[in-house]
Write a protein that binds this ligand. Structure first.
Ligand code: FES
Ligand code: FES
Length: 154
């Protein structure tokens, strides 16, 4: 049995210890916001936070998050109480098909928590592992800057 914190709540699972975290979150705990894209750590669709760091959960064994804090897009914000990035994402009309976007937002949230006022270069470096087949990179940048600027004013 492996226990960990999922969006602030302690959960336990008896899946094999090598099962990837993404599988556990989607199939066992039925949180479907994190997506399966490449399955080999190259596209970023599966990005969650583990202890506040953006990680690729398709290649992270569940045993490696035992007793750690995992946050998914569902834990970042809700429709009723969205994260500032999610508000900016809507305001900037970032999502196209939407498939990559929860991973994009999780990477952006980890960036802003470490660097509240990133430059374009900082954003490109932090986001380079998140692939978008719809090509929303320009709007993602705008939304991250808008969130950073709003945070600066408040
Ligand atoms: S599905 Fe995990 S990086 Fe692509
Ligand atoms: S919005 Fe379609 S893959 Fe990014």
């Amino acid at each position: 049995m492996i226990s960990f914190s999922l969006n602030g709540k302690t959960v336990t699972t008896d899946v094999p210890s090598e099962t990837p975290l993404l599988w556990v979150v989607r199939d066992v705990f039925q949180l479907k916001g994190s997506k399966f894209g490449c399955g080999v750590g190259l596209c970023g669709a599966c990005t969650m936070h583990v202890e506040g760091e953006a990680v690729r959960t398709c290649i992270l064994a569940i045993e490696d998050v035992a007793d750690k804090n995992v946050t998914t897009i569902e834990g970042l914000g809700t429709r009723e109480d969205p994260h500032p990035l999610q508000e900016s994402w809507v305001a900037q009309s970032v999502p196209q098909c939407g498939y990559c976007q929860s991973g994009q937002i999780m990477s952006a949230a980890a960036l802003l928590s470490q660097n509240p006022k990133p430059t374009d270069t900082d954003i490109d470096a932090a986001m380079k592992g998140n692939i978008c087949r719809c090509g929303t990179y320009g709007r993602i940048r705008q939304a991250i800057h808008a969130t950073a600027n709003a945070g600066e004013k408040s």
